[in-house]
Design a protein around this ligand. Sequence first.
Ligand code: FES
Ligand code: FES
Length: 155
Amino acid sequence: MTRIALHINGAPHEVEADPATPLLYVLRNQLGLTGAKLGCALEQCGACAVLVDGAARPTCVAPVGQFEGAQIETVEGLGDAGRPGPVQRAFIDEAAAQCGYCTPGLVVAVEALRRREPPPDEAAGRAALKGHLCRCGTHAAVLRAVARVLRERAA
Ligand code: FES
Ligand code: FES
């Protein structure tokens, strides 16, 4: 076990962990940040994505030791039920979740898009979400949410 310093949702955290442990397990099991989900465990579905220095990254394989010094943002850092962030608001308004299992990963991916400079067009938005699978078939609603977020950003 090693003491590992992480910066998550604007606050410093220290955990005792094997540096080879995937970041997702540390987030969920040691820090109680259960928004990111374990889906495939193969970096193939996007359910476990968080923002790392502003980019959406899967966390189910990448070892926690790689993330020292990085700015990590989980879906919990982007708003909550009482004060949803702009992407969460758009997902609510477009009913872009069914079971919700894939939704945290999608929300952080769309947040990365929302911050992108220059703003992405629709095609770039679709491409950025390619690695996010949804077994409930919310894709059309998610794309409406993306369009809404990009429209609001442009306004
Ligand atoms: S659980 Fe990480 S990409 Fe599927
Ligand atoms: S909303 Fe159920 S997996 Fe996407």
